[in-house]
Ligand binder design. Sequence first.
Ligand code: SAM
Length: 233
Amino acid sequence: MPDRYFSETPIEGPLATLAGSEAHHLLHVMRAGPGDRVTLFDGAGAEFDAEVQTLARATATLRVLERREVSRESARELVLAVAIPKGDRQKWLVEKLTELGVTSLVPLLTERSVVRLAGSALDKLRRNVVEASKQCGRNRLMEITAPRSWNECIEGFPEHRRLVAHPGVAAGLTAGSQTPTVVAVGPEGGLTDHEVELAQQHGWRPIALGPRILRIETAAIAAATLVALADGG
Ligand code: SAM
């Protein structure tokens, strides 16, 4: 995959501008010069062949040569609602869910949640989505929504197939054709019986991800992989 750069502003005309860390990468890491060819994407689905035109200290202007609709998205919408883990495990979670084609990540606030993400932490994770998308070739960004409480989450997806990962239950994942799907993953201390019962009352189905207890991020990645495999990618 050629070097890919993310444009924060939609690419619509014959010119595109890179600023901030993207311009820094192009100018100071790749040491690009006028005439060099790169691939751009703006998160809306397409990718663009472009040629470096002018370079300033903190911005680069590129001439757009060709726009291509290239979709590397999965056929089915998949939302992961996850009680976000601590520290470095957050970046890892976001990176892997982006690579696995998850549509949206909903940070979940449950009774036993420890991590409550605020503005700058969310911005940092959204930047991790961009980095992972550059690497894996996604032209649409995985959305990271505002945090939701358990009640908001279980009431929020009436049209989706709704699954809650819960260790020890008998049911596993079954194929769901291309139905939009949401999977909830609880915190280190687990979801309470009350939270699982409430979810069931709202049509959520508890599923097991095997006989061992997985950490939050492993459970989220396993769920994303299993849904993708059960539904044919
Ligand atoms: N002691 C907690 C419990 O029994 O629920 C363990 C919580 S686990 C570290 C964090 C979350 O990952 C759980 O709330 C659940 O959503 C998910 N999870 C972990 N292992 C799982 C499994 N084998 N099957 C289904 N979900 C699992």
